[in-house]
Design a protein around this ligand. Structure first.
Ligand code: SF4
Length: 466
């Protein structure tokens, strides 16, 4: 395989070599370069993954059937009650609708949904083709809201109109339009909203359990295991805490303006960040009893968790990891989490990281670390080989690349089936890292298809056919 870098000229400013003496920066928060096979999804997908865990809403995709393949399956958020969100509805636009307009089909779909499911809220997602043909989604939504006396909310998410991050913003606007007025409250407890946890494998339940133990009430998790009623009531909480910064900081800022609710960033990935975040929330409450309970919980869980982590660490020390995840804040948490278990991050990339997050990544990682914004499989492959990474952390799109390279893989994406957050998650995480990186399978794969495979006949034939 070619050892030459496969970085397009236009992509070079999105790739950074961490050289501590040079104050060089990385390009980010821009649309993908054409032809670079970005691993990012579209605007619609960004909106869908954020809104989908609203469990009692109906999610109606106005567009061709293909867009609706982004379903519950790609974000396996768990629900404690309603199951509406697990189904996907589409207007299934055909050629005729694209020529003559699809508004009638949308109206008919809303009528049918109301008749058969009687939902309180319908989210209507715009897709690429709808943006092109110019169907009046807002007009239809208003008309149908009035007619059926329910909330029909347009999500402005035409796939081409920006990148995945714009989809997060569209979802935040939809959530804001669902929120009601702030009420006068005689609530004595410290009540918070927990933003940016999608309850993958029940992760929001783990965090809510910690908060309950220290005496903090959670009003709504946006949008993990959330209901329309809880979201309507979100303006009445005292604080917003934000885990997924990429998708929810915008909402937190909007809520600060609208309801005067301050917000604070937290992270529940890894022992250190989990302990610090629980302590931070306790301090925000200003309540001595909550602070005492938090201290006790942290002391108990940190000791217990570290005792387990210690058993695995000797098997992992010295390994190298390549990280490629959605948001910058998650990447920062992962660098710290890997460092805590003796693993160095040699590549760190994100799909939607911000300038300040990349600065933090640069400060946290060692000299020589490769930092990548909105990367693609060719670049990842090249840098993985160059740095000799032993593990790749990513999502569904990176898994085949890791396996083809004979590399251990950790799924930190939306469809995973076990929790990786909190103290429980820290244990699951190290077990998964150990299981994959120390698996005997890599010795066989490396013999068969790894180093040396490039010389083999089948490989040569594959290359010639390209
Ligand atoms: S909205 Fe556009 S880019 Fe997104 S899945 Fe549909 S067609 Fe593809």
């Amino acid at each position: 395989m070619s050892k030459d870098p496969i970085i397009l000229e236009d992509r070079k400013s999105f790739v950074l070599l961490n050289e501590k003496k040079q104050n060089n920066t990385i390009d980010c928060e821009k649309d993908s370069v054409s032809g670079a096979v970005s691993q990012r999804a579209c605007v619609y997908c960004g909106a869908r993954v954020v809104l989908n865990p609203v469990t009692d809403a109906v999610h109606l995709i106005h567009g061709p059937i293909g867009c609706s393949s982004y379903t519950w399956d790609i974000r396996g958020s768990l629900s404690s009650d309603e199951e509406n969100y697990r189904n996907s509805y589409s207007t299934d636009l055909q050629e005729e609708n694209i020529i003559f307009g699809g508004e009638k089909k949308l109206e008919a779909a809303i009528d049918e949904i109301v008749e058969t499911l009687s939902p309180k809220v319908i989210f209507v997602y715009a897709t690429c083709v709808v943006g092109v043909i110019g169907d009046d989604l807002v007009g239809v939504s208003k008309k149908k809201s009035k007619e059926h006396n329910i909330k029909v909310i347009t999500v402005q998410s035409s796939g081409f109109a920006g990148n995945k991050k714009d989809g997060y913003k569209a979802a935040c606007h939809a959530l804001l339009s669902l929120m009601g007025e702030k009420k006068k409250s005689d609530e004595k407890d410290f009540v918070i909203n927990y933003l940016g946890d999608f309850n993958l494998a029940g992760e929001a339940w783990i965090i809510k359990k910690y908060l309950k133990e220290i005496g903090v009430k959670t009003n709504v998790v946006m949008t993990g295991d959330s209901t329309c009623d809880q979201i309507e009531n979100a303006g009445n909480s005292q604080y917003n805490i934000v885990q997924c910064a990429g998708s929810m900081t915008y909402l937190a800022k909007q809520m600060q303006m609208k309801y005067n609710i301050p917000f604070e960033q937290v992270s529940f990935f890894g022992v250190t960040d989990t302990a610090n975040s629980i302590e931070k929330i306790a301090l925000l409450s200003g309540d001595e009893a909550i602070m005492e309970k938090a201290k006790a919980l942290i002391a108990r869980e940190v000791d217990k968790t570290n005792a387990i982590l210690d058993q695995f660490m000797k098997r992992l020390r010295g390994k190298k990891v390549a990280i490629y995840v959605g948001g910058g804040f998650k990447a920062i948490s992962l660098i710290k989490q890997f460092r805590d278990i003796g693993i160095e991050s040699v590549i760190v990339g994100t799909q939607t990281g911000k300038k300040e997050e990349y600065k933090k990544i640069r400060d946290l990682t060692d000299e020589g670390t490769i930092i990548l914004d909105d990367t693609n499989p060719s670049e990842l492959e090249y840098f993985i080989k160059q740095t000799g990474a032993d593990i790749l952390v990513g999502g569904v799109k990176e898994r085949p690349l890791a396996y083809k390279l004979g590399l251990a893989f950790i799924d930190h994406n939306h469809e995973r089936k076990h929790p990786l957050c909190g103290f429980v998650g820290a244990v699951n995480f190290i077990k998964e890292v150990d299981l994959t990186v120390n698996s005997p399978v890599w010795t066989f794969i490396n013999e068969q298809g790894g180093e040396g495979y490039e010389q083999k006949e089948l490989y040569q034939l594959e290359r010639q056919s390209l």
